[in-house]
Design a binder for this molecule. Structure first.
Ligand SMILES: Cc1cc2nc3c(=O)[nH]c(=O)nc-3n(C[C@H](O)[C@H](O)[C@H](O)COP(=O)(O)O)c2cc1C
Length: 186
């Protein structure tokens, strides 16, 4: 007999399937920025942090927003990256740790768009980019993106997704909310 309406607690522990991924319960960890990855490198502490969530039964982990390979994608040097040898090695360690703890993990891909302020690290001389060049409050902060800049960003998201697949992540999530680049297009 289905438990969905009669027993909501049991429903929480029923598996669900997304594409080729089956998640053993409905407990999904939301993506949460931590800025604990100096120079964009998720270290052993980050691997341990995610592995603890898997060990204690999170069905699926969505990582913190992880910036794609564009000079203007980040607004902090401690946000993890999905490009460069050291960040990729760091993410490989995270995936291994979560797998060893029996978990599943999806990487969130991120570009902050005009949420980046001029002078923000890690690339202080790089201006922010955004579809209209306006801040979320409507102030002009930069020139509207050109088609070539848009194409570069799309390619960077695609490279990030390919790296995630190569590293063994169960999928990627595109950060399309909270006023960042994709949301700015919306
Ligand atoms: C500290 C913190 C960092 C967050 N970072 C991200 C992030 O990197 N990516 C994202 O999509 N959402 C981020 N969020 C939003 C959460 O994933 C979530 O959507 C939000 O807390 C609302 O969840 P709720 O509806 O379950 O309360 C963050 C939230 C918090 C509290």
């Amino acid at each position: 007999m289905p438990t969905s309406t009669a027993d909501p607690i049991a429903a929480l522990f029923r598996p669900f399937t997304i594409g080729r991924l089956t998640v053993p319960n409905r407990i999904v960890m939301a993506p949460m920025t931590r800025t604990h990855s100096p120079d964009g490198v998720p270290g052993r502490d980050v691997a341990a942090y995610y592995a603890r969530r898997a060990e204690h039964g999170a069905g699926l982990i969505i990582t913190e927003g992880t910036v794609v390979d564009c000079p203007a994608s980040a607004n902090s040097p401690a946000v993890p990256r999905i490009f460069g040898a050291a960040p990729l090695a760091g993410w490989a360690r995270v995936v291994d740790a979560v797998r060893s703890a029996g978990g599943r993990i999806v990487l969130q891909l991120w570009h902050v768009g005009t949420d980046r302020k001029p002078g923000d690290l890690p690339n202080p001389s790089v201006p922010p980019v955004g579809p209209s060049g306006l801040s979320s409050s409507g102030e002009p902060v930069t020139a509207p993106m050109t088609q070539a800049q848009i194409d570069d960003v799309i390619a960077a998201f695609a490279r990030g997704a390919a790296e995630a697949e190569r590293l063994g992540f169960d999928g990627v999530e595109l950060h399309g909310a909270h006023g960042y680049l994709i949301d700015q297009f919306f």
